[in-house]
Design a protein around this ligand. Structure first.
Ligand code: HEM
Length: 118
């Protein structure tokens, strides 16, 4: 996925994407239920992990790690859809081409079975 990293504008574009995504997730009423009690540093770590999974980081898809991290959180399909859609919209708004946004969506889809437990 390095081409997406480049399309978004390298490290500067990545920072912008994290900020935009982060602001939207924290402002989202339906996702708030999962993130309300989580402190800022952990929340930021979450956004970075999410983006790493979206853009590269195959180790995040080895299963156990993601499954353990979300066990007991009772995350719903709707919440998973919503957070992925929030990222994809953020990327599209930042000018990432449509096919690249679609590829990110497909990539994240692979994590659903490890994360959704409700
Ligand atoms: C591909 C999608 C996702 C990835 C790559 C991901 C990644 C991670 C990682 C790596 C952690 C562990 C963080 C740590 O221990 O510091 C974590 C924790 C967590 N995730 Fe996710 N996550 C994803 C989707 C979701 C979704 C859909 C939700 C809820 C709607 C969610 C909510 C949480 C919460 C609440 C925690 C615990 C935060 C804490 O207390 O530290 N995650 N996630």
């Amino acid at each position: 996925m390095t081409e997406i990293y480049e399309q978004i504008g390298g490290p500067d574009g990545m920072r912008t994407a994290v900020t935009v995504f982060y602001n939207r997730v924290t402002a989202d009423e339906e996702l708030g239920r999962w993130f309300d009690g989580v402190d800022l540093d952990r929340l930021k770590a979450h956004q970075r992990a999410f983006l790493a999974a979206a853009f590269g980081g195959p180790q995040l898809f080895s299963g156990r790690g993601l499954r353990d991290a979300h066990a007991g959180l009772e995350i719903t399909d709707a919440a998973f859809d919503r957070i992925v859609a929030t990222l994809l919209t953020s990327l599209a708004d930042l000018g990432v081409p449509k096919d690249a946004v679609g590829a990110v969506g497909e990539r994240l889809e692979g994590a659903r079975r490890d994360i959704v437990t409700a």
